[in-house]
Ligand binder design. Sequence first.
Ligand SMILES: NC(=O)c1ccc[n+]([C@@H]2O[C@H](COP(=O)([O-])OP(=O)(O)OC[C@H]3O[C@@H](n4cnc5c(N)ncnc54)[C@H](OP(=O)(O)O)[C@@H]3O)[C@@H](O)[C@H]2O)c1
Length: 318
Amino acid sequence: MCSQSVQTTTLGATNITVPALGIGTWQWGDNLFWSYGKDYGSDQVRSAFEAAVEAGITFFDTAEVYGLGESERLIGKFMRDSDRPIQVATKYFPLPWRFGAQAVADTLTASLERLQLESVPLYQVHAPLDFLMGQRTLMNALADEVEKGRIGAIGISNYSAEQMRKAHSYLAARGIPLAVNQVRYSLLTRQIETNGILDTARELGVTILAYSPLAQGLLTGKYTPESAPKPEGARRLDPRFSPKGLEKIAPLINALKQMGETHQRTPAQVALNWLIAQGNVIPIPGAKNADQARQNAGALGWSLSPEEVAQLDQLSRI
Ligand SMILES: NC(=O)c1ccc[n+]([C@@H]2O[C@H](COP(=O)([O-])OP(=O)(O)OC[C@H]3O[C@@H](n4cnc5c(N)ncnc54)[C@H](OP(=O)(O)O)[C@@H]3O)[C@@H](O)[C@H]2O)c1
């Protein structure tokens, strides 16, 4: 894919434009859930970064907690060695002992230091947790950072429709749009279509960043009931990766494979293209190596037909 022609979209009602697909980087440095340092390491994730950028995907999602800061540190290093403008979205984690605006400012400072940046285009609250700091104080502290120019836009993550509405209203009082709600969304995890999140996001002009868009690897079709490979890390305990779980999704995986053959694409690319077809959704698939990053970038630049979108819609209602 030519990097000049990559599809773009804006983050909510902001004027920040990003590629219509990002790359998730929880895998970069994390060995609690993923197996960083075991079956892949810094060389592989560096090549994932380079392959994504080469394909025009210059938008990366990270968080202060990924690899306890290592994901941000790695991105900082990779960006320093790259001559392309990169857009990073990172996240603030609401820990119980963070209770005032200064804690938000200090946490952002630490992320910016690891990233070796002066500002990020998107800063997201990782989870809707209230301890001593209420949402109003938190949103106001983030709005202060937008005014200081250290954040381009504000996002939230894992917020319900109601929580999103509240965050949106606190920011509206400051004249700042809520740009995104980052939530789990894939052909195998479609709750946001029925619990009000998708409709409310559309109503408020909030973009959905779809995390785990490949259902943590299930939608690539590489895990099958009868064959290797087995997933690495914590997914070994996930019943969806058991032979029974894999049998259940086999009809959907077969359809992804068939449609992929029609379009000369992989099942992962078809699954990501289906998400983009929903509108107002930016998938952020994780990539551990160059091949995965390149492949995921190939979800852009083509479209499933409306009939294929509808067929996948039906098959994934399981
Ligand atoms: N806000 C939140 O609470 C939250 C929560 C979760 C994730 N996230 C964000 O969303 C991103 C993506 O979610 P995720 O990592 O949970 O799940 P995902 O993107 O659905 O799956 C990623 C995994 O699938 C496999 N994979 C990816 N592309 C592939 C390809 N083209 N071919 C074959 N295998 C491929 C890789 O694992 P294997 O090769 O080991 O199978 C990879 O680690 C994360 O990196 C993170 O940035 C946010």
